[in-house]
Design a protein around this ligand. Sequence first.
Ligand code: ADP
Ligand code: MG
Length: 590
Amino acid sequence: MRQETTGPPVPRRSDLGELWRHLRPHWRAMLAGAALGLVGNAVALAQPMAAKQVIEAVGGGGIDLGPVVLLAALVVLGGILAAGGAYLLERMAARVVRRVRGQMVRHLVRLRVEAVDRPGDLISRVTADTTLLSRVATRAVADSANAVLMIVGAVALMAVLDAVLLAITVLVFAVILGVAATAMPRIARAQEKVQRSVGDIGSGLERMLGAFRTMKASGTEEAESGRIDRAAERAMHDAVTTAKWTAVARVAAGLATQTAFLAVLGVGGARVAAGDLEVSSLIAFLLYLFNMAQPLGALVQGATELQGGLAAVRRIREVEDLPVEEASSGAAGARRPRPEGPASGSFEDVRFGYGAEPVLDGVSFEFQAGSVVAIVGESGGGKTTAFSLLERFYDPDGGVVRLDGADLREWPLDRLRAQIGYVEQDAPMLQGTLRENLLYSAPESRDDELWEVLEKTRLAEMVAALPQGVETPVGHRGTNLSGGQKQRIAIARALLRRPRLLLLDEATSQLDAANEKALRETIAEVAGETTVLLIAHRLSTVVDADEVLVFERGRIRARGTHGELIAGDEVYRRFAGAHSEKGFPCHRES
Ligand code: ADP
Ligand code: MG
């Protein structure tokens, strides 16, 4: 039933390796930005010295412009370099986000249907987590690089000044920062929880907005907002935890500096007294020590941001790991042009289940090219599932489904689906105009083709009567259309694809008598051009079918023409007798 994930397998790496995988394509911009920033900082460091010269020149009463020009040049240069570096990094971050989002979305559209069970969470991963990832690129990496450089520089100069004092400093830092480092896993955990809660907010919103009218009708506004609010509360709680442990780590960094200061002062003082060390060296050493406090703080902050980025990387990775459909499998018709004319096909002893329980249990039937086959049966009998197998949303656990004699698995997926027009049980409308909805599965269609299909589906009159015609906007999920209208638009959409096989799932369930008659005419009209499989609710659409299959709990209970079944099958007789208007009796909810 499950297909293996295909596509180039991305080797699993450490989180840092994963992070680097996302940043690597932009390493030049990152390096350039960080380097510019560093030079800008260095230039800024020289400014006090230049200012000192200006003051001295003014104090001397001379009109020497040299120092003034130098200072002005340094100020401008420092500003430009720092701003330029920041710009490069931000631009790079924007590009990282863009790239990762693009990759994720290309992956999402290829997911297997069962992989999408929390759309809102997926949305937050594509929007929020990618942003966190990019923040690593700017703040964490650049600021940390800056800090590391300053610390390394200071340490190098301290080593020149006195090795013993440096050893003491390093020891103190190692101990205290080592203890502080234990905060990092807590930060990481809290940060990951924040992101998970943001995902929950997304899911909650998706659930609430997706059932907006039902929510209002049920009066569950409070419950729904409460559910989302609790996720927001959790996000806040964990964000505060992150902040708390970051603060602890910062305090530890400060403490390290202070402790090292005292230790250096004590040992250094003693060594000065013993004549082993110059006083000026000790003072310079202590100054450098103090200069390290700020970059240490920046490192702690950077490490926190990094944890957020790493959590994001893992969540992005989880999306990348969701199983996708094979773009193309077997060779049958791989390069041949699309076959024309109605398709034939068959189910041969097909067995399938979503879980352990069989949903289709040895189903066999054939459909001839150009025929109309109706499928009736109790709700939950496996009718929709049979269509899902034809579209290859799933593959059978046993047996074969064939189109034109070839196992479906031998068709490249896109070419298989290009031959089929599929009207889902509750076919969705998309936000956009009627035209966009109609042309959705066949965007190349010409206007005359569009109107031809509108005629066939008996929609032309209705559409023409609309003030804006086919340009009429269809609201979110088609809220401004009736159920019957939506169904017929969905049928027109499927027909515009010029399908060789038309699958109609309960297409008649929402049609009134007049519309139903129109649909019968439509089916009669297209029957020669395409093969029609129709899951039917109404007797009227079944009586004309070439063959009727009666599904019952994953098996075909009976088959034949309407007349034969009326004579031979008691369940069908019940359906025909009692439910010509109301539809088929429901045992289970489908
Ligand atoms: P029908 O269209 O005949 O009403 P379905 O094919 O939709 O029946 O469903 C057949 C059985 O499979 C039902 O018991 C239903 O609960 C189950 N089922 C349908 N779709 C899924 C799914 N995506 N995941 C798990 N079980 C499903
Ligand atoms: Mg169904």
